[in-house]
Design a binder for this molecule. Structure first.
Ligand code: CA
Length: 223
């Protein structure tokens, strides 16, 4: 599981990163909105921890943009603003949870774990490409009018690819997203998973293709 921590206070960012890494997560740190954009452009994350008061802007603008674009990335907001209306505002804007500073690290870790267990229930998103559709809440995929039964892992893989339709999903991001740190290195688990998903999509008549970009990753396109 890969997390993005957006926090401009370097000391706090380091503490958060260390706590999450100890908990078994892969963590990327961004010290502002621009850095966060760069990270989101090149990597796929399972959740983000987002400070609101950033040196180059308000974290809320990033959250709003993600949600407008249909991105259901689970987001936990960190805020020093403890006025109740601010918290409600954050949740209205599409945050999944929030913590008010100062907070205890174990609390942050357990909240992040809870976020990752939650199937984006409040954020029903239908992802589509070609005649293929995936409901991220019910986890049901369909090709045209026909239901497309997939395993949980195949569904996760399809979701990762659909969230970045037309863009490359790095192989490493898929590995982390599917297996966390449980994958023995040197296995071709990702290749096998992609191969299986391709077969399923083809058999179901889905009008999409999963392209292999050797040494880089995979990209799904609609036809
Ligand atoms: Ca800050």
């Amino acid at each position: 599981m890969r997390l993005l921590v957006v926090e401009d206070e370097a000391a706090l960012a380091a503490l958060i990163g260390a706590a999450l890494q100890r908990a078994g997560f892969a963590v990327d740190a961004a010290d502002g909105l621009r850095a966060a954009d760069d990270c989101l452009r090149v990597a796929s994350y399972d959740a983000a921890i987002l400070d609101l008061g950033l040196s180059d802007g308000d974290g809320m603008t990033l959250l709003a943009r993600l949600r407008r674009g249909g991105d259901a990335l689970p987001v936990l907001i960190l805020t020093a603003r403890d006025a109740p209306e601010d918290r409600v505002g954050g949740l209205d804007a599409g945050a999944d949870d929030y913590l008010v500073k100062p907070f205890h690290m174990p609390e942050l870790v357990s909240r992040v774990r809870a976020l990752l267990r939650r199937p984006n229930a409040a954020l029903g998103v239908r992802l589509e490409a070609g005649n293929l559709a995936l409901d991220t809440v019910t986890r049901q995929a369909a090709a045209g009018d026909a239901a497309l039964p997939l395993t949980a892992r195949e569904t996760s893989l399809l979701e990762m690819l659909l969230r970045r339709t037309g863009r490359v999903v790095p192989r490493e991001a898929i590995e982390q997203g599917l297996y966390g740190f449980d994958t023995p290195t040197g296995t071709n688990a990702v290749e096998v998973a992609v191969h299986r998903l391709r077969r399923r999509l083809q058999d179901a008549g889905a009008s999409v293709r999963i392209h292999t970009l050797r040494g880089v990753g995979y990209m799904l396109t609609g036809e």
